[in-house]
Design a protein around this ligand. Sequence first.
Ligand code: 5GP
Length: 364
Amino acid sequence: MEWCESMPKIELHAHLNGSIRDSTLLELARALGDKGVIDFSQVEHVILKNDRSLSEVFKLFDLIHIVTTDHSSITRITKEVVEDFASENVVYLELRTTPKKNDSLGMSKRSYVEAVLEGLRAVSSVDVAFIPYNEEPRNLSSTLLSGVNENCYGNPRKRIFVRLLLSIDRRETTEAAMETVMLALEMRQFGVVGIDLSGNPAVGDWITYLPALRFAREQGLYVTLHCGEVSNSKEIHDMLDFLPQRIGHACFFEEEHWKRLKSSNIPVEICLTSNIRTLSVPTIDAHHFADLYKAKHPLVLCTDDSGVFSTSLSNEYKIAADSFGLGRKQMFELSKNAVEFTFADNVVKEDLRKTFNSGAENLE
Ligand code: 5GP
């Protein structure tokens, strides 16, 4: 197995529905085609197309949402996405998703998140630890705290920590955003740790969500913002002023923004393939990863939408290593450093540090 696949990794920027398997998306779309809900022949080529601009990506998301927004699909996608990340040795996954309301399907934002939790419980190929330790019943907690479970043949079973971020979509109202934050607060006991602001960056004004984002932070939720995906100097400036705990992308930053970012030390979620595919960055050589890495700015490599962009976290590590001339040890350090930028509690962080420390011994 290639080192980038066998190495333990941390994924902090993965959108649930964007991480759907191609095969699942096609199957669900075909089933809706058979029922006459959509015209499958019109959507097949959209699903199979590989290079999409940012606006085409958002058209695809609209299609994905039509195809996936019922409880059982959400549960299935969650299960598969967690299994896929675990299979490439992601040891901690922060999965983000936009809770959706759909009266005709009897779906509320709460029942949407419950369907996600059902998906986490349905994973069987790997141990999933998603309930924070302070919420864990005593008997379960000791099993999970003891580290990797052993199966009956003595082989360690893989284990993945999963935490959830609830996303606010830039098409939503202030009230809808607040509803998502209230739900996140209620769902903390099930591993919801924070709020993300995402959705088409050409739509809406982030100020609309400021009251909800402020409230989330006051209540102890972590906040990460999609920032600088399009050229919008004032918005980038104001978002950095807000001091979110992390930001995603940072593609259209100007000199003043870089200065601010570097002095504030806000970690950046870097999504190489996504940025190149959506033409947010012209070439991999021009990607800001290189400068931020050289400046030792906190960074974490992420997939964004592994299904939509046909990538994996191992692939993102390989691309970074090949494009920026980084060796195995440097990539391992990059992955290990990401533990500190997770929104997990200290018990989980300590556990992850141990995982990386024992992985480092194998590197020698
Ligand atoms: P979901 O929240 O439905 O699980 O995941 C898909 C959604 O995540 C999309 O509809 C969109 O709102 C958001 N998303 C996925 N990728 C991107 C991205 O690259 N940029 C932004 N701004 N939002 C994204």
